[in-house]
Ligand binder design. Structure first.
Ligand code: PHB
Length: 404
């Protein structure tokens, strides 16, 4: 209803006679205009800072998904309003309020950083604005803070960490692991996931190292890693910070002596910037290079042609967000206010994704395969499926009342 004049809305509620509405010039601007006006999508993503390449990939993916639907969702054209959130939690409340209250967007697409996402959901849970999260794996969003109007198309941070924990434990020969991560929600959850998967299989965490986001002063901690002599190092970093970590780890002479593993964020979208320093690093994620399906091959070709870039897991989540929204808008006949139809279709959708088909959990988080990948040249080459159809952290599933 964004473009339906306020006077008409008021008149409709109070007077409701066709004659009165016509006198006010409202007769031809009812539901049909609401359905014909452009649907406004607020993109709140990082375009500067360490996560900037992730924001760009998500936007590109979304635009490609939209283009493949003829540029329309539920028959309505789309207007995109962009905000650079800078991955800065301190600016997040003001940024999301600008989109929701000033720009009056119909949908919010965002974001990457869990701390920013936490501030966003505080607002969208209150306003009821449809929010699609195309990255931030912030656990409570699909736990105690789950909400009918909030959907995630990416992962929970726990999921990507857990898959690597299971994989390491399965190998048997890896008994002790040191962890290193940025200390904020995402790092803590990615380490918890790893720990849950690894210790369940008999592994031990020997050292937990932390540094504040987005610091990249790794030297002192790399010295500690060298001294700890664990069987492997598990690291959570992403974007430009991850590229720096991979180079520093290699330069410290650790890559060949203590194998480095992590959730896929450690190596996604940044391999060209590492100049070979990540060769052999193993990670787990919902996507990877070399998934040989017609859907993925077509996606990769279209993405490379459109943006002159190779897609990654971030681009896939952006792309799937456009399709998820398209499915919802179609079921709602283009009327975003028909929430029952909109949310119902999004909840029940099977997304035919480049990553493979996936469905939403009752808490609105993807239930999906997690791949084991290995860096070969500039590729995160898929080696196997580490965990099939992985749902979320059981403690988060239990804390979300939806679907129960
Ligand atoms: C997060 O903050 O949840 C986050 C950020 C970057 C990633 C993954 C997760 O690559």
């Amino acid at each position: 209803m964004t473009d339906y004049p306020k006077t008409c809305r008021l008149a409709r509620r109070t007077l409701a006679s066709t004659v009165t509405l016509a006198l006010l010039g409202c007769a031809f601007v009812g539901t049909s205009q609401a359905q014909q006006a452009k649907i406004k999508v607020g993109m709140m993503l990082p375009y500067t800072g360490t996560f900037a390449p992730l924001g760009v990939a998500i936007e590109n993916g979304f635009r490609l998904g939209l283009q493949e639907q003829g540029g329309k969702l539920g028959g309505r054209e789309v207007e995109i309003v962009k905000v650079d959130d800078e991955s800065d939690p301190a600016k997040a409340t003001e940024n999301i309020n600008r989109l929701v209250s000033r720009d009056k967007v119909d949908v919010v697409l965002g974001t990457v950083h869990s701390g920013v996402a936490a501030a966003m959901v505080r607002v969208t849970r209150e306003s009821g604005t449809l929010q699609i999260i195309p990255n931030a794996g912030f656990a409570p969003v699909a736990g105690p803070l789950c909400s009918p109007n909030i959907f995630r198309t990416s992962f929970s941070n726990w999921q990507s960490g857990y898959a690597m924990g299971v994989e390491m434990a399965r190998r048997g020969k890896v008994k002790n692991v040191a962890t290193i991560a940025w200390r904020y929600a995402a790092g803590e959850e990615a380490v918890k996931g790893f720990k849950d998967g690894f210790t369940k299989g008999g592994g031990q965490i020997t050292r937990e190292l932390w540094l504040p986001f987005p610091t990249v002063e790794f030297q002192a901690l790399l010295t500690e890693i060298g001294a700890a002599k664990a069987d492997a190092t598990y690291a959570f970093f992403a974007g430009a910070g991850a590229a720096k970590f991979l180079k520093d780890y290699d330069q410290a002479g650790l890559r060949k002596t203590i194998p480095l593993v992590g959730p896929g964020f450690l190596t996604d979208g940044i391999l060209e910037a590492t100049g070979g320093a990540a060769e052999g690093v193993e990670t787990t994620l919902h996507y990877g290079d070399g998934i040989d399906t017609p859907k993925n091959n077509a996606f990769r070709l279209a993405y490379a042609k459109t943006f002159k870039l190779q897609p990654d897991g971030y681009a896939v989540a952006g792309y799937d967000s456009a399709w998820l929204l398209g499915i919802g808008m179609k079921a709602a006949g283009g009327d975003i206010t028909r929430r029952k139809e909109l949310f119902g279709a999004m909840e029940g959708a099977t997304i035919d994704s480049p990553r493979g088909k996936w469905k939403m959990s009752p808490a609105h988080n993807p239930i999906q395969d997690h791949y084991l990948r290995k860096v070969v040249g500039n590729e995160n080459r898929v080696v196997s499926v580490a965990v099939k159809a992985l749902d979320d952290d059981p403690s988060m599933i239990a804390a979300c009342p939806m679907g129960k």
